[in-house]
Write a protein that binds this ligand. Structure first.
Ligand code: NAG
Ligand code: NAG
Ligand code: NAG
Ligand code: NAG
Ligand code: NAG
Ligand code: NAG
Ligand code: NAG
Ligand code: NAG
Length: 558
């Protein structure tokens, strides 16, 4: 199959101020016409992407991060918005049930329109004494798929904090529970009584909301979790990871998941989670009709795919998709789930475009997938690291194209206004000659990460890689791994409306606070890096952990 450099196509299209790019394939070359300027470029590609070799290439490329604007604006509203309270839950929805303290965001309701339920008293916790104190017996309402009707009396909650959270009169709504779900339920109970971890040689506690919870959850994931990967789906739309470019996160996850021997299980009956191994990048590349401005072909394709696996196997219907997950980094990935309600509402969507304001990405259920810009797939960790706090003379740095609503405001207020604020559009050549994009990131105290067309930006992980404190400007963006990480410990989040006060805000951080944050970024780095062979607590495992953790949150207790 001919390698096609879509990034290059976009660079042309976007660079010309237009984005309509016509793709013409010639036997051994891809020819790109940019309709805006009539410029033509031919890539003779033996590999899918040109490997960057010099710092200046990298800098040029970084500062020219490419995006395709959405063909539909604004994104369509969800067909069925998630219910926020029991009374607003439509029939057949589970009332939301709060998570235990320190357990992360509340899981949203699970759509369920199955038959009548029975009430299932789960097995007692392994450690009765501790569970009696911290975690009272919790009834789980289920529909036993094998028709058993085990009805046990529901013990009342005992801990007062828990009693406040549980509304005993809330309607009991059916969900299908498999044997593997019971294992998840037990894991969830064990996490709720996680032994206290004060410090750990591998985990730096201040980075986490609750390091005890994270450590326990991670251990249990390693011990218990089994993932089934559907074999269905033709290449290259499925099973064909793209390992470079700005959408590389989905590719790396797919590659490492499919190669994995620890978590992957061949027998789907043993699986806790089901992975839909498609590439949103490949779907966009192969199914989008040039100039159509419509995501419809991609959305219908995904709808048909899910219908086919839910007809062929019992698993989708048993959970209505809630134990299925996708990992997709293209901006459109979030929107292209909308033609299949259960895919949109129930499946766990690990997506880069994690925008909480659109009603499609659901905080606590879906996973904010870090966007990583991989320049050279042979060396995903090339040139990482950066200067210590004392050797970062530049206060703030940004260089990039003018996408979306935030960057023009940033440029308006700060471009060439202040020597401390190195805010550029594309990094000017004369500046880059003296100091590359990456050198800027390694020498700046703060790296500004404004949203592009969508809320996400590869700059966040880029900043972390170069040990620069990220400053996120993207209202409604759900930060990666916010289920477990304490973002205030190593980043700044600045509201879009505060862009005029940006310098003041940054200068408001004391030297001591800054040094702590910068050291924390350094310690955080390993959690955001890809490894050819996954390492404990690295990016692959962090993503899988968040899917696991959010799935545990879905195992409802009423
Ligand atoms: C479940 O119930 C249905 C209808 O009542 C019945 O046809 C089916 O055989 C039952 N399955 C099992 C495993 O008992
Ligand atoms: C479901 O029903 C089957 C058959 O009666 C039984 O063996 C199994 O233990 C039940 N599972 C649960 C979770 O009750
Ligand atoms: C408990 O749930 C019932 C039924 O949904 C509702 O009417 C009631 O207001 C709830 N009570 C509290 C305290 O949330
Ligand atoms: C972390 O979670 C554990 C287990 O739920 C709890 O005992 C502990 O108090 C929590 N720690 C903090 C700092 O919240
Ligand atoms: C933390 O770890 C260090 C060594 O790694 C040890 O000396 C110290 O006692 C530990 N502190 C606590 C509170 O466990
Ligand atoms: C799952 O549900 C769909 C829609 O209700 C149905 O068409 C399909 O046949 C079901 N699959 C199985 C395996 O029963
Ligand atoms: C060039 O970069 C160095 C740091 O690498 C800096 O000290 C110097 O001021 C820069 N010169 C110009 C003209 O920007
Ligand atoms: C998160 O970090 C901030 C800044 O270090 C700190 O003030 C806050 O208490 C931390 N939150 C948690 C839950 O540890």
């Amino acid at each position: 199959m001919l390698g096609i450099d879509l990034e290059a196509a976009r660079r042309l299209g976007c660079g010309a101020g237009g984005w309509k790019t016509l793709l013409v394939l010639v036997t051994s070359a891809a020819v790109f016409f940019s309709s805006g300027t009539g410029r033509v470029s031919i890539w003779f590609s033996s590999s899918s992407f040109p490997a960057f070799s010099s710092q200046s290439d990298i800098a040029a490329s970084s500062s020219n991060e490419e995006r395709v604007p959405p063909p539909i604006t604004p994104p369509p509203p969800p067909l069925l918005p998630p219910a926020s309270s029991p009374s607003s839950a439509p029939p057949g929805f589970l009332a939301p049930s709060p998570s235990p303290v320190g357990y992360g965001p509340k899981a949203p309701p699970l759509r369920s329109d199955g038959p009548t339920s029975t009430t299932f008293a789960p097995p007692p916790h392994a450690n009765k004494d501790r569970s009696a104190v911290s975690s009272p017996p919790e009834p789980v309402s289920i529909k036993n798929n094998t028709n058993a009707t085990t009805i046990s009396p529901v013990p009342p909650p005992t801990a007062s904090s828990y009693a406040e959270e549980v509304n005993a009169s809330a309607p009991v709504v059916p969900i299908s529970l498999r044997e593997t779900d019971i294992q998840l339920w037990q894991a969830k109970r064990e996490i709720a009584v996680a032994p206290l971890v004060l410090n750990d040689s591998d985990l730096y506690a201040p980075l986490f909301l609750n390091v005890s919870v994270f450590k326990r959850s991670y251990e249990l994931m390693e011990r218990i979790l089994k993932v089934y990967i559907y074999k269905e789906g033709e290449k290259p739309l499925f099973h064909t990871p793209v390992l470079s470019g700005i959408y590389a996160s989905e590719g790396w996850f797919m590659k490492l998941m499919e190669e994995n021997e620890q978590f992957v299980v061949q027998d789907p009956d043993k699986a806790h989670l089901f992975y839909l191994p498609y590439s949103s990048y490949q779907l966009r590349h192969h199914l989008y009709v040039a100039e159509s401005h419509s995501m419809q072909p991609i959305s219908s394709f995904l709808r048909d795919y899910v219908n086919s696996i839910s007809a062929k196997y019992p698993f989708w219907n048993m959970s209505r998709g809630a134990d299925h997950f996708l990992v997709a980094c293209h901006d459109w990935a979030t929107y292209t789930t909308k033609l299949h309600l259960e895919l949109q509402n129930n499946a766990i969507k690990a997506v880069c475009n994690a925008d909480a304001s659109e009603g499609i990405f659901v905080r606590g259920k879906d996973v904010s997938l870090p966007e990583t810009y991989v320049r050279n797939p042979k060396k995903p960790r090339a040139s990482i690291g950066g200067n210590p706090a004392s050797k970062r003379p530049i206060l703030a740095f940004f260089a990039g194209q003018m996408h979306g609503r935030v960057r023009p405001i940033l440029i308006h207020h700060w471009k060439e206004k202040d020597d401390d604020m190195r805010i550029y559009e594309v990094l000017p050549k004369k500046v880059a000659r003296n100091m590359s994009y990456i050198q800027h990131m390694k020498s700046s105290r703060y790296c500004i990460c404004p949203m592009g067309y969508e809320v996400n930006s590869p700059r966040i992980v880029e900043a972390v890689s170069f040990e620069c404190v990220p400053v996120v400007i993207a209202d409604n963006f759900v930060l990666p791994f916010e289920e477990v990480l304490n973002w205030s410990a190593f980043s700044m989040v600045v509201a879009e409306k505060d862009i005029p006060k940006l310098k003041e805000i940054l200068l408001g951080v004391s030297e001591r606070q800054y040094e702590v944050m910068q050291m924390n970024v350094k310690r955080l780095k390993k959690h955001f890096l890809w490894n050819e062979k996954p390492l404990k607590y690295d990016l692959f495992h962090m993503i899988l952990h968040s899917v696991w953790f959010n799935r545990l949150g879905q195992i409802q207790q009423q």
